[in-house]
Design a protein around this ligand. Structure first.
Ligand code: CA
Ligand code: CA
Ligand code: CA
Ligand code: CA
Ligand code: CA
Ligand code: CA
Ligand code: CA
Ligand code: CA
Length: 753
């Protein structure tokens, strides 16, 4: 009862001793407590939570643990109370045999925060050991403890003979130094004592008089020879100095004692120990520099140079080793991490001692780098272009854009979409679409080169990160022309075939006296396509008199191939085939009627007869009507001839007045056919009677001529529907000769000599 009460009192004092001594850094601190030995398991040591300012939920949730320095776990942290408690019964005498002050050290580690607190617990002595005697034959008193305890030994004395000499050791003290790696069984030293007596009284036996349990386990003293041999291997780190008291006793009561001191010297038999106290297994690639990823403790149990440790870390990695405190090292980030370059590290930390040879050890820290969305998608090509033939099917695949993202997972998932835009007033999205997952660009409608030659658009690639990153690429879609337009004949106007009495248009006059090569007419045609598909050529497909006329292959000019002969029919019909150079080629025909006549009268007569022939030739009353018409025509002809004569004279005068003074040569070279074509005559008549004030410029007057000849018989000339200028250099039209550039139709060419 009394002893128990005293023990409680000691415990109270121990509680009061708990004190927080120092905190070197935020992450480094030291607590010092004391606790009596022999306390039952679970006894209170200190209120760690209170002393460190830790919240209790923190202790439960965060993994906070206690690490003992020694081999046995003596302390634990009570999760509910935050108290440091004993985990084992602590026997001071067993732990600290030779040490005056018995201190146990442990560490409290807050995982994930790289925090370590050192805790020192002093084990205070209670007087729980009775003095022990190696020889229980003697009674001795060594015990001043509280409470006082006594040991009892029985003494038996037998006297046989006179014993007047005591044994004497050869040395008062034996000192020996042995390395810790000396083999078991080795004789370390031999003590020798001599006794001058004879017989039993002179027989010396050796014994260890005062020795600890440990030493008696390690050393063996041969009682006969006095040799001290090794029973167990020595360990400098466990014990480096032993003191034995050896007694030499003769057969009587006499003895001598000597002291044997055994000093163990250190050998480098311990490799440095690296223990990872706390370490991250994952780290984000945007972690700031200097972030601690691991906390290591390095220790070498040897002493001196054998225990001096140098630590190193792999080179060429973005981590460095920092000595933090005591034997602690931090592994911190030294450079920016980039998961896209290295996604995993196995950081090897090496420790080597200063022994010879040096011992070393290593620890590997596996660290995975977590992705951050720091890369935008990158298109495989700087810009895209594709060519698509017109008249494509709606839904045709045009091209596929592709972008890659160096990140991982959602941060690397690329989706494509079309940037907003308008084409010819309609949203771009009604022309093309981009498939979000694949980047395939589809045409949503059939394109017409004659309407749209090029489509410029942007495709955006966006990753799935938050926030998302994106990039754009330009896509140029060129519509390629196909030959889907046939040539269109502008002159002679289609449907004005000779012989249809309704129209005199398309009837050309060729004087019978004209020479070979005289220009008779010009076929004018356009083609809405481009390039080869619009490059037109002209050829004579059919003629009343083959060989009389020829057509310029690219000019469309109808010229006499030879001088007309008397036997040539007055009316000649020509069919000109106009063909483009597409594949396959498309074509159109133009029909011309040419009248070979000496004079206008002849022409009119011929035309009259043509009209007659055209007028219902098979009817019974036709004959009479024809004669009547002929009669009227004859009278009319005479009148007209008179008029023409009169006009010819006026014309001559007008000609001189209007043209010769300004540009005397301008009209002389003009083929006479231009002026005697029926359209020309009609036009002239009109212009003369209604508009005598023609301009002095000869070319303009020619244009007026042609305009009259066209407009009179044709509906207004359809606009040539000129396509817009080509945009690309690669357009095939650019390679064509200038004469073939079809959309520009020059009517003045017709009249140019
Ligand atoms: Ca003796
Ligand atoms: Ca050693
Ligand atoms: Ca060592
Ligand atoms: Ca990304
Ligand atoms: Ca990344
Ligand atoms: Ca077309
Ligand atoms: Ca076309
Ligand atoms: Ca064409």
């Amino acid at each position: 009862m009394c002893a128990a009460g005293r023990r409680r009192g000691r415990r109270q004092r121990a509680l009061l001793c708990a004190v927080l001594l120092a905190a070197w850094q935020a992450a480094w601190g030291q607590l010092r407590y004391s606790v009596p030995e022999e306390m039952p398991k679970g006894s209170f040591v200190g209120d760690v939570a209170k002393d460190l300012g830790l919240q209790l939920p923190e202790i439960r949730d965060r993994r906070i643990h206690i690490l003992d320095k020694g081999r046995t776990q003596y302390f634990a942290l009570h999760g509910k109370t935050g108290h440091l408690v004993t985990a084992e019964r602590i026997d001071r005498e067993q732990l600290c045999r030779l040490v005056e002050k018995c201190v146990l050290r442990c560490e409290l580690i807050v995982e994930g925060q790289m925090q370590v607190y050192r805790i020192e617990v002093e084990i205070t002595d209670i007087n729980d050991n009775a003095p022990s005697f190696k020889e229980t034959e003697l009674e001795e008193r060594m015990d001043g403890g509280d409470p006082a305890r006594t040991g009892t030994a029985r003494i038996r004395v037998t006297v046989l003979d006179a014993n007047d000499n005591a044994p004497v050791f050869s040395q008062a003290e034996y000192t020996v130094r042995v390395p810790e790696d000396v083999p078991v069984g080795s004789a370390l030293v031999s003590v020798t004592a001599t006794d001058a007596d004879e017989g039993l009284y002179g027989q010396v036996k050796y014994s260890l008089k005062k020795v600890s349990d440990l030493a008696s386990n390690i050393f063996h003293l041969d009682s006969e020879s006095g040799a001290i041999t090794l029973l167990e291997s020595l360990d400098f780190e466990e014990g480096n100095y032993y003191e034995l008291e050896v007694q030499a006793r003769d057969g009587g009561q006499l003895f001598d004692t000597t002291k044997v001191t055994i000093t163990v010297t250190d050998k480098n038999d311990n490799a440095p120990e690296i223990s990872v106290r706390s370490a991250l297994s994952e780290i984000s690639e945007d972690t700031p520099l200097g972030t601690t990823v691991a906390l290591l403790h390095v220790q070498d149990r040897d002493s001196g140079a054998n225990g001096e440790v140098r630590c190193s870390i792999d080179e060429g990695i973005p981590f460095r080793l920092e000595k933090s405190f005591d034997n602690y090292y931090s592994v911190v980030t030294a450079r920016e991490l980039d998961r896209e370059q290295v996604s995993e590290y196995n950081v090897t930390v090496r420790a080597a001692d200063g022994g010879s040879p040096a011992l070393q050890s290593s620890a590997v820290l596996a660290l995975r780098v977590l992705d951050v969305n720091d890369n935008a998608p990158v298109f495989a090509e700087e810009r895209y272009s594709a060519r698509l033939a017109e008249n494509n099917a709606a839904g045709a695949l045009v091209l596929t854009v592709r972008a890659t993202d160096a990140d991982w997972g959602q941060n690397a998932r690329v989706r494509y979409r079309l940037a907003e835009g308008r084409v010819r007033g309609a949203p771009l999205s009604s022309y093309v679409s981009v498939q979000a997952e694949t980047g395939a660009l589809y045409a949503l409608r059939s394109f017409d080169y004659e309407q749209l030659r090029e489509l410029q658009l942007w495709v955006r690639a966006e990753d799935g990160g938050a926030p998302a990153l994106s990039s754009n690429v330009s896509v140029r879609l060129l519509i390629v022309d196909e030959n889907d337009n046939a040539p269109q004949v502008l002159y002679p106007p289609p449907g004005a075939a000779a012989g249809s009495g309704a129209a005199w248009s398309g009837v050309e006059l060729a004087p019978r006296r004209s020479e070979a090569g005289a220009l008779v007419a010009k076929v004018v045609a356009v083609d809405a396509d481009a390039g080869q598909n619009a490059w037109l050529s002209y050829e004579l497909a059919k003629a009343t008199e083959p060989g009389l006329f020829r057509v310029g292959l690219h000019s469309g000019e109808v010229r006499t191939a030879r001088s007309p002969l008397a036997r040539d029919a007055a009316r000649q019909s020509l069919v000109v085939l106009v063909k483009d150079h597409g594949r396959p080629a498309l074509s159109a025909t133009a029909t011309l009627s040419v009248v070979l006549a000496e004079s206008v009268a002849e022409l009119l007569a011929e035309l009259g007869s043509a009209a007659d022939e055209a007028a219902a030739p098979g009817e019974p009353a036709a004959g009479l009507t024809r004669w009547l018409v002929l009669a009227v025509a004859a009278v009319s002809c005479l009148f007209v001839a008179f008029l023409l004569l009169l006009l010819a004279l006026r014309l001559r005068r007008w000609h001189r007045q209007q043209l010769l003074p300004s540009d005397s040569g301008a009209l002389r070279g003009v083929p006479v056919s231009h002026f005697v074509g029926i359209d020309g005559v009609r036009a002239f008549l009109q212009s003369y009677s209604h508009d005598v004030s023609l301009t002095a410029d000869s070319r303009k007057s020619q244009l007026r001529f042609s305009a009259a000849s066209c407009c009179d018989t044709l509906p207004a000339r359809p606009p040539p529907d000129e396509p817009a200028p080509l945009l690309g250099d690669e357009d095939p039209a650019a390679a064509l000769p200038a004469s073939s550039a079809p959309p520009s139709v020059s009517f003045s060419d017709h009249f140019r000599p």
